[in-house]
Design a protein around this ligand. Sequence first.
Ligand SMILES: Cc1cc2nc3c(=O)[nH]c(=O)nc-3n(C[C@H](O)[C@H](O)[C@H](O)COP(=O)(O)O)c2cc1C
Length: 187
Amino acid sequence: MRKDLGAKTLMFPMMVLILGTYDEKGEPDAMNAAWGSIYDYNQVTVSLASHVTTDNIRKNKAFTISFGTRKTVKACDYVGLVSKAKEAKKIEKSGLHPVKSKHVNAPLFEELPVALECKLISLEGNMGEGGTLIGEIVNVSVDESVLTNGKIDMKKFEPIAFDPANNKYNVIGEEIADAFKVGLSLK
Ligand SMILES: Cc1cc2nc3c(=O)[nH]c(=O)nc-3n(C[C@H](O)[C@H](O)[C@H](O)COP(=O)(O)O)c2cc1C
């Protein structure tokens, strides 16, 4: 028997994306955004409300998207709970260490091993009500610690997803089959 839960904002997984930006003084900020995904080839999209991050992206036309991990879950949650507008020491308190990206005017974070470096394509919508961010991925930056034979190793990376049904974070990573292959036997 199936049950109707009604019209809810549910998607599985919703990856924990940490948006890294600079303000006009070059001070770094980070925020948690679970409402985001791939939009097109080399393009990402995030549903953004009005935040310091949103202003920073409009000003610099650049941002990074790092993936939250098991080890950094506390910092990832913190940057989603506190705004730089209210806490000037947000980044120091988070324990994340910003490093300038070589490709875009936005920070990477030492503790977050996989990041997309992005240029703004569009940020449509009213500031107060938020908008839809679309960015071009110009580079993917990866810490060697999560690579095996040059490829991202999910067991080392341990990215986390936000579970919107239960307000929890879950680790992603158990491999169960080969994509584009496991279904071939049913053809
Ligand atoms: C799990 C989680 C997911 C979130 N997802 C989004 C999101 O997709 N879009 C958004 O605008 N805000 C989202 N937020 C809220 C922002 O991260 C939060 O308002 C943050 O403090 C903004 O920081 P800033 O003002 O320093 O930019 C999320 C927060 C949490 C904890």
